[in-house]
Design a protein around this ligand. Structure first.
Ligand SMILES: [Zn+2]
Length: 142
């Protein structure tokens, strides 16, 4: 199934990353390039949110060049539902950080019952800050 086109939420709707803020003042400005993520955790949230709204360009833009894939095809059958930040390492004055999270997903409506999935992806992700911008490096799943 081809990935659906990017479909950003309206600025007034609740941000998919789960901060409780609206998209227009949470991950929206990061996705549009109006602002940079101030912390690794904010970048992590905005990347989860980019998966949720199928913004592959943002995911590639925030990926460290040493580990960035040539291209990224998002699984259009998966609905990323909820993000839990389990822990972070690295403060505002560090240029390296780790974020542990659990991302909850399930199949989109319309997927045949025998193909439906639902689960949680747990990952310990590494981030580096270069030229003032946080970038995702890699992560250990599990
Ligand atoms: Zn957000």
């Amino acid at each position: 199934m081809p990935s659906p086109a990017t479909h950003p939420p309206s600025p007034e709707s609740r941000c998919p990353c789960g901060t409780g803020e609206v998209y227009g003042s949470c991950c929206g400005p990061l996705h549009s390039g109006a602002r940079e993520a101030p912390t690794a955790e904010a970048l992590m949230r905005s990347r989860f949110c980019a998966f949720a709204v199928h913004d592959a360009a943002y995911l590639l833009r925030t990926w460290h060049p040493s580990t960035r894939p040539e291209e990224l095809e998002l699984d259009g059958t998966i609905l990323w539902q909820r993000l839990e930040i389990l822990g972070t390492q690295g403060g505002p004055f560090d240029d390296a950080a780790r974020v542990r999270f659990a991302a909850h997903y399930r199949s989109r409506p319309g997927i045949p019952p025998e193909e439906r999935v639902r689960g949680v992806q747990r990952e310990d992700s590494r981030f580096l800050r270069e030229d003032g911008r946080w970038l995702y490096v890699d992560g250990v799943v599990g």
